[in-house]
Design a protein around this ligand. Structure first.
Ligand code: NAD
Length: 370
């Protein structure tokens, strides 16, 4: 995975402590602030800086807008394998933990469990939740919506913002066949909106195909997108965006139905909170550990034997020049960053310094040093 051009390398444990200190004044008790910080740093460790500590000032803004309530508490209503979590619009990192713990408990007892989430705040990197389930030996499927708000994606053949980014994620445990679980975690548009924000902060242009304007022309300036020009294209873009669009609508509906909440077209478009449908499956009710390991190993060997083309790569936002297994780039990046530190771009460090000033927290000496 190529690292973003960077100045600061920060130790992940030190970053958790600092992020926790920054989150706590937003209105969370220390242990909850620590959980939020751990999730943010977990995203940074895995190469998804768009969902990492850069989000702390963003959460402050969501609280100010009324889209996040640090005083909210997740409540659970469970009936056997059907579980419902109302997150109370608190931090999604806290709601996700509750949803996954409940789902694991249900699937361990019944083989399958389904968890609906509503008012989940911002659930952050959705891969975290399916990865936690896979670490507990379970398959997990996740479908997410925004309860009717946050329009940034166009239907195919349009540049009108009518949909949200509707992430989906799938986790499959590998029981030691690989060093990591299979984790496919992605928005159903070309890339997460956070990646566009990241490019704006870094002063980088957008690759062709992410955002288009009314004439179907690429919008390369992320600031123009932030100011309202164009829309993110569904996954597949102008070639086969109807497929990403279809996935988005399925995620929208499943999260709405299982989360028992509004979908786009029903909710207030000015407000949003993540809702989700999580499905947990114990694979050992269907196969054996050895059977699962054999499937994973065969598939991995088959994919690894692919000869890549010199002429084209796997995609602008892909995290390596080769086709890796889903979750592999994140796992490899985390290994490397645990050893060498997390690269924090200077503009992210600056915004965290400003936020620290605002909430009266000292930046630990040497944290952001070249
Ligand atoms: P992305 O385009 O970076 O794709 C990530 C997926 O592609 C991962 O599963 C990764 O393992 C796989 N991948 C990357 N490079 C690969 C390669 N070379 N070979 C094989 N697989 C490869 O992701 P995205 O769509 O930009 O989403 C980024 C993050 O944003 C995700 O964590 C997602 O959950 C999060 N997100 C959250 C929300 C929300 O509302 N909470 C909304 C949208 C996205």
């Amino acid at each position: 995975m190529s690292e973003v051009e960077t100045v600061y390398r920060v130790d992940s444990d030190a970053l958790v402590v600092f992020a926790s200190d920054l989150v706590e004044p937003l209105g969370l008790p220390p242990e909850s602030a620590r959980d939020v910080a751990e999730s943010l740093v977990a995203a940074d460790l895995r190469g998804h800086g768009s969902h990492g500590v850069t989000r702390v000032p963003y959460y402050r803004d969501l609280i100010a807008e009324g889209n996040l309530d640090p005083t909210g508490t997740p409540t659970v209503t469970a009936e056997d394998e059907s579980i419902h979590v109302d997150g109370g619009r608190t931090f999604g990192q806290l709601v996700g933990r509750v949803a996954v713990e409940e789902g694991i408990e249900g699937a361990t007892e019944f083989g399958v469990s389904v968890v609906g989430v509503r008012n989940g705040g911002h659930l952050g990197r959705i891969g975290e939740w399916v990865e936690r389930a896979a670490d507990a030996g379970l398959v997990c499927l996740a479908f997410v919506n925004t309860q009717g708000g946050s329009f940034v994606v166009a239907p195919p053949g349009s540049s009108e913002r009518r949909l949200s980014t509707n992430p989906i994620a799938f986790g499959i445990p590998t029981y030691g066949a690989l060093d990591f679980p299979i984790v496919l975690d992605m928005a159903t548009c070309q890339v997460a909106n956070g990646k566009v924000r990241e490019r704006r902060k870094q002063g980088h242009s957008l690759p062709e195909g992410w955002v288009v304007d009314d004439d179907g022309q690429p919008v390369r300036d992320p600031a123009a997108f932030a100011a309202g020009t164009g829309a993110l294209q569904p996954l597949g873009g102008q070639v086969s965006g109807y497929k990403g669009f279809g996935l988005a609508l399925v995620a929208e509906l499943l999260a709405g139905i299982v989360g028992d909440t509004t979908v786009i077209g029903q909710g207030d478009p000015e407000t949003w909170s993540n809702a989700a449908a999580f499905v947990f499956v114990d694979p050992l009710r269907f196969t054996t550990k050895d059977g699962l390991r054999a499937s994973v190993s065969a598939l991995a060997r088959h994919v690894e034997a692919t000869e890549g083309s010199e002429a084209f790569g796997p995609g602008h936002a892909a995290t390596s020049d080769d086709a890796l297994l889903p979750g592999q780039p994140e796992w490899e990046t985390a290994q490397r960053r645990r050893r060498n530190g997390i690269p924090i771009p200077p503009e992210v460090a600056a915004s965290l310094r400003d936020h620290a000033d605002e909430v009266g927290v000292d930046v630990p000496p040497g944290l952001f040093e070249e």
